[in-house]
Design a protein around this ligand. Structure first.
Ligand SMILES: *Cc1c(COP(=O)(O)O)cnc(C)c1O
Length: 396
């Protein structure tokens, strides 16, 4: 561990802004440094890293008896979601998509591309799909074979109630697929607590690696049954799994430097106390940031109950002196990259809580936001009354 990695997490590299985004995010100096070496993809040293990576991720998911396996796959997170849907949902299957934001919508769009029958429970931007609704939808449509749930819907920052969704899906005898992209590694997902068929996440979210690959944690029975289902050569999880088990190698060129960086990220993750340690830090990040932003007059999109410790969405202030572009630039000048909103109905922006930073950094984020408002001449950061009425109506 270098001095730069010790709390209170000073700027990652001198002059580099913090990324207050849902990934790629701010990584430690050690993670970046791990990429300074070249690896032969067929070499035993690299194969050993791949094996260790798979074993560590399985352990993180609580698989103690080898019921599950971990299959890493080149590409960003969406490639893994597409691989999961294309490999595990048979051509005559049907998927219930639980949507409450952009990533649920993307899962549905992926199924359209794949030509897989699907239906949607769409809760808009504000609300989680509940277990009872899932049970009702499954009872009403016996053709549904799979349910896909978004663990943390990163577009709104809503933390969906995975446990009750998993219970309803299991009770109805269907299979659960989980997009845990922005949650795995911080929010608990133990295979003994949540019954699922497969889950995906990626290198550059809560495990704090750099982008380049994702991974699927799936039941071996599901991986076995996936043979011959995929429409795609490159996104065939069964083929990737079988080849990896046989040779220890990835099919096709792996992102070697990203994998090396990820090994260091996993080491830091463990040193911090695993998912629990990370959740503690992210929760503190969120609490300090949300408290400060509310003091400054900003309003969160969500009521506290559904606020994730991953990313928080704020309403855009109604004050005509406010513009997102002006605010973004002012924040960037102060060393913080924030994130635009991704909601369908109201104007918003987002501030991430994940990445290599702690509450001291978050305190500085709040100071920067207050300064940015003053520089823009914004006297009141409150959202338009209509946005608050909409929130009250829908959350009520
Ligand atoms: C980040 C993310 C993805 C994948 O996004 P990529 O840009 O393809 O890495 C998918 N689902 C959720 C919930 C995410 O947060």
């Amino acid at each position: 561990m270098t001095a730069l990695d010790t709390p209170p997490f000073p700027a990652p590299v001198l002059g580099e802004p913090y990324l207050l985004t849902p990934g790629p995010l701010t990584t430690s100096y050690g993670v970046k440094e791990a990429m300074l070496r070249d690896w032969g993809s067929w070499d035993g040293d690299f194969r050993a890293m791949t094996a260790e990576l798979r074993a560590r991720l399985l352990a993180m998911a609580g698989d103690t008896d080898g019921t599950f396996d971990c299959v890493p796959l080149q590409g960003s997170g969406s490639y893994c979601v597409e691989a999961m849907l294309g490999s595990f949902v048979p051509k005559d299957g049907k998927v219930l998509v639980l949507a409450n934001g952009a990533y649920g919508q993307r899962a549905a769009e992926t199924l359209r591309y794949l030509g897989r029958d699907h239906t949607l429970i769409d809760k808009g931007d504000f609300l989680p799909p509940r277990g009872a609704e899932v049970a009702k939808a499954l009872a009403a449509d016996l053709a549904i074979t799979h349910v896909i749930a978004i663990h943390c819907e990163t577009s709104s920052g809503i933390l969906n109630p995975l446990a009750e969704i998993a219970e309803a899906t299991e009770a109805a005898g269907r299979k659960l697929l989980i997009d845990s992209m922005s949650a795995f590694g911080a929010l608990p997902v133990n295979v003994h607590d949540i019954r699922f068929e497969a889950l995906v996440s990626s290198a550059n979210k809560c495990i704090e690696g750099v982008p380049g690959f994702g991974f699927v944690i799936a039941r071996k029975t599901a991986l076995d049954a996936a043979k011959g289902i995929s429409h795609s050569l490159c996104l065939d999880l069964h083929a990737q799994w079988a080849y990896m088990n046989k040779t220890g190698q990835w099919r096709y060129t792996p992102p070697t430097h990203t994998v090396a960086a990820f090994m260091e990220a996993l080491r830091l993750h463990e040193a911090e106390g695993g998912p629990e340690g990370r959740l503690t830090r992210y929760t503190r990040n969120r609490d300090v940031m949300v408290r400060g932003m509310r003091e400054a007059g900003f309003e969160t999109l969500l009521v506290d109950r559904w606020l994730s410790p991953i990313i928080v969405t704020f309403f855009t202030p109604a004050d005509p002196a406010f513009s997102f572009d002006g605010f973004y630039q002012a924040m960037k000048n102060k060393g913080f990259i924030i994130y635009p909103g991704k909601l369908t109905a109201v104007d918003s922006f987002r501030i991430g809580c994940i990445g290599r930073m702690d509450e001291h950094v978050m305190t500085r984020v709040v100071v920067a936001a207050k300064e940015a408002l003053a520089e823009m001449g914004v006297t009141d950061a409150a959202p338009p009354a209509a946005a608050l009425e909409e929130r009250a109506r829908l959350a009520g």
